[in-house]
Design a protein around this ligand. Sequence first.
Ligand code: TMP
Length: 213
Amino acid sequence: MIFITLEGIDGSGKTTIAKMLKDSMTQKGFKVLLTREPGGEPLAEKIRHMILDHESQPTHWTETLLYIAARKQHLDKIIVPALKSGTLVICDRFMDSTSAYQGHARNIGMADVDEVQNIVLGSTKPDLTIFFDITPNEAQARLINRKRAVDRIEKEKSNFHNAVYEGYQILISEHSDRIKVVDARKTIQEVLTQVEFLVENTINERINRKNAR
Ligand code: TMP
């Protein structure tokens, strides 16, 4: 079935929309799996805890490899079997997060991160990636109003979040066929409408391609 990933800087609102998208696609009759990274599988959730724990002090490469290890576990155990069984998979963050956060903002190098991810992840790539566009300043203001505690990555300084945003802009320009941008500053309902439009387009394209064969 179809694999959709949601990306954006912290505070972009993608997690709220992810839940609403799951409900609306379920109502339309799709079998839907909503999952997230890092995590989405018992061992991957343990790795999530290790990465985001304030006590952890991974080197930049260790952090990168932990995210990718969690992803491999999640992909092989959960995502690939779900796609094979005809499920529409919506994943809150995936490989582009590692390219933007570790590759660009941590300065590992996007090309090196891509190389490792290509080896590890193989051919399973998202059919559609939706980027929730909001400036780092606006996102930061939202995070301040949020009730839950910030994690180790969220508490990074503003120049880190600016670099993450910049990393995403590079990815968007390099993968314009796959990554589509929605204006995340709009109301929740307006953002959801933009997202549903993109998802339905991708599903229709897939059906048309199948029928043309
Ligand atoms: P979340 O808040 O969206 O659940 O993600 C947890 C944090 O991990 C968030 O600050 C983004 C960060 N992150 C990376 O730095 N690299 C990655 O590959 C992923 C998936 C998340």
